[in-house]
Design a protein around this ligand. Structure first.
Ligand SMILES: Nc1nc2c(ncn2[C@@H]2O[C@H](COP(=O)(O)OP(=O)(O)OP(=O)(O)O)[C@@H](O)[C@H]2O)c(=O)[nH]1
Ligand SMILES: [Mg+2]
Length: 296
């Protein structure tokens, strides 16, 4: 087997079994386990485009016995009609949830009060002991690239945390204080050792939380086409004038034709088409979509 074929086979294996848990995530998880005893509140940032897939089940275990808050970030990139419904879904499960946009600060201005409300038992306990001015310590957690560091910069009005549009930007822990009220611990994004199904892995790849280096873009574009056809019928047709009754491969070919993606020799370049379609989704060029389904 040539080196290139071997690498491609490995890539294919990794996306098929979606078993991707690099060593730095083991290290990050250990750091979080060591620091959890220092915090009062765990703030979990999820991506509004994939509110279920972007929740790491390991975070539930990590946060047992802590106050919890879920922030649905990137709400500007998701289906506006679904944002509120998802928030209500989480609240029906007893999880306080707030819609935010960390780039503009939407939803963040009133968060001080929400955090104090969520932690009111602790504040009351402190008050009874005569402690009136202790800051609330919050650990900010979530999968890679959901906007943890951007959120911290927004709420603290500082540019203290490094951000970037790829997974794995934050490497270690960093405490950042917000006035005298809160201390926030930024953490590296972590996934979990094995996804239950291929769909979760691909959805996480579509929203940019899995490193592009290990991806087969054809897998992503086919899943994207499937989700759009089923959940948003008419959307592909409206944006690209492509007949949605075609098979996925033919839809991708139509798209390649539309974007003039041909190899030398004239054959359609479906690899580039897959990557470009994925990028158009990621940049909201195709519209505003939420990829997960609200459980019945
Ligand atoms: N449109 C939009 N973009 C956002 C929002 N929040 C963050 N971003 C962008 O998402 C990308 C990732 O943000 P980061 O804050 O670095 O994400 P992170 O969760 O800290 O990522 P890691 O440290 O890699 O785990 C950056 O390009 C941000 O500008 C948001 O609410 N809306
Ligand atoms: Mg970060």
């Amino acid at each position: 087997m040539s080196k290139e074929t071997e690498i491609n086979e490995n890539k294919k294996d990794s996306i098929n079994s979606i078993n991707w848990y690099p060593g730095h995530m083991t290290k990050a998880k250990r750091m979080m386990e060591e620091n959890i005893k220092l915090v009062d509140l765990v703030i979990e940032i999820i991506d509004a485009r994939a509110p279920l897939s972007s929740r790491n089940p390991d975070i539930d275990k990590l946060s047992a016995n802590k106050f919890r808050l879920v922030l649905m970030n990137k709400s500007d990139m998701a289906d506006k009609a679904e944002n509120e419904k998802w928030c209500r879904y989480f609240e029906s499960k007893g999880i306080k949830c707030v819609l935010i946009n960390s780039r503009t600060g939407y939803g963040i201005k009133n968060l001080d009060n929400i955090i104090k409300e969520v932690c009111k038992d602790k504040i009351e306990r402190d008050r009874k002991r005569g402690i009136l001015k202790r800051s609330i310590k919050c650990m900010i957690v979530g999968i890679p690239n959901v906007g943890k560091s951007t959120f911290i910069n927004s709420i603290s009005r500082k540019s203290a945390a490094k951000t970037g549009n790829k997974p794995g930007v934050t490497k270690g822990k960093q405490w950042i204080s917000v006035k005298n009220d809160f201390e926030l611990l930024d953490t590296p994004g972590i996934l979990w050792p094995k996804f239950d199904d291929k769909r979760t892995g691909i959805v996480l790849a579509l929203i940019g939380s899995v490193n592009d280096d290990i991806l087969q873009f054809e897998d992503l574009s086919f899943m994207l086409i499937d989700i759009l056809k089923n959940k948003y019928p008419g959307a592909l047709n409206a944006k690209l004038s492509i007949d949605e009754n075609l098979d996925n491969i033919d839809i991708l070919s139509e798209y390649a034709r539309l974007r003039n993606l041909v190899k030398t020799g004239g054959e359609l370049d479906l690899t580039r088409a897959s990557k470009m379609l994925t990028d158009e989704f990621r940049n909201n060029k195709l519209g505003f979509f939420t990829l997960d389904y609200i459980p019945e």
